[in-house]
Design a protein around this ligand. Structure first.
Ligand SMILES: C[S@@+](CC[C@H](N)C(=O)[O-])C[C@H]1O[C@@H](n2cnc3c(N)ncnc32)[C@H](O)[C@@H]1O
Length: 286
């Protein structure tokens, strides 16, 4: 069992015991999907040679390594995450790449005493899981120098993301879908731009800007239709519904067959391609 404490104890348990091992196993397919969106946010961050960058919720460290390349030997990238299995993989990737300007720390972004000061705060889908987002961003802001920039990418709402919505609606024909508070920590917690603007303003950020990104996503890289369905059953609300209901194997098979039928029209020689909708949020510190 993972030792967990503090306001984000549920998420710490989840990212260590459930999601972390899953993300490690599915790294290649997840990376094929998220990489282009993460790069848009990184470009908007305008990371330059020599800068010190904090990558929040860095997961397997793919973006931290990319930042390390962009800042060069005179700069540095620190990846922060709560998930031990994900950080283990991130550290191995950094060693394999010989990246000497990249480091990782296991800590809760909401409560940790962070080093700094950093020039840039960056995140690829790693900032929607805080129990108290305003406190978390205030803590992160304290680690930034005056004039620092923030750029992160987060999902817009579930219905705007058919790659998760189609499987979830199909699963709902078989199982009760969990109906969490839309503001509760989770992938869609930052879908409401007005809410995020308020959180960031209260945490001391200025010039908050939301850029909508609408992309056809490579859902699971070039995976076969069956592999894509396996992947989708492990993601988002469909995965949560299966975990909570723990249904009999026959029901899972029927659900699986229905999801397969629903995804088939989107699947071609390059794998499944479906629409995805994200925000790239930028802000600054005066
Ligand atoms: C959706 S994953 C994204 C991972 C990675 N950025 C990527 O794009 O592949 C969310 C990440 O945020 C991390 N996370 C969640 N809550 C956190 C917190 N309070 N402090 C630091 N990291 C956190 C999780 O452990 C996980 O690695």
């Amino acid at each position: 069992m993972t030792e967990v404490a503090g306001p984000n104890a549920d998420q710490i348990r989840y990212w260590n015991e459930i999601a972390g091992p899953k993300w490690v196993a599915l790294h290649d397919v997840i990376s094929a999907q998220l990489r282009p969106l993460g790069l848009v946010a990184l470009d908007r961050a305008g990371v330059a040679a020599g800068e010190r960058v904090l990558d929040v919720g860095c997961g397997l460290g793919e973006t931290t390594l990319e930042i390390g390349r962009r800042v060069g030997p005179g700069g540095s990238a620190l990846g922060l995450d709560i998930s031990a299995p994900m950080l283990e993989r991130a550290r191995a990737a950094a060693r394999a790449a010989g990246a000497v300007n990249v480091a990782f720390e296991r800590a809760d972004a909401q409560t940790a005493a962070l080093p700094g000061p950093f020039d840039v705060l960056y995140s690829r889908f790693g900032v929607m899981f805080f129990a108290e987002p305003e406190a978390a961003f205030a803590n992160l802001r304290r680690a930034l120098r005056p004039g620092a920039r923030l750029a992160f990418v987060c999902w817009r709402s579930l219905p705007e993301n058919p790659w998760l919505h189609v499987p979830a609606m199909t699963a709902a024909r078989h199982l009760p879908l969990p109906q969490p508070d839309p503001r509760a920590p989770g992938p869609f917690a930052f879908a409401d731009a007005a809410r995020v603007r308020e959180i960031l303003a209260r945490a001391g950020f200025v010039r908050v800007h939301h850029e909508p990104i609408d992309r056809e996503l490579s859902v699971a890289g070039g995976a076969s239709l069956d592999e894509t369905v396996d992947f989708l059953l492990q993601m988002g609300p469909t995965s949560a519904a299966l975990r909570e209901a723990n249904p009999a194997p026959e029901l899972v098979e029927r659900l699986r067959a229905d999801v397969r039928e629903a995804i088939a029209p989107y699947h071609g020689p390059e794998g499944a391609r479906m629409a995805g909708a994200a925000w790239v949020v930028t802000a600054a510190v005066d």
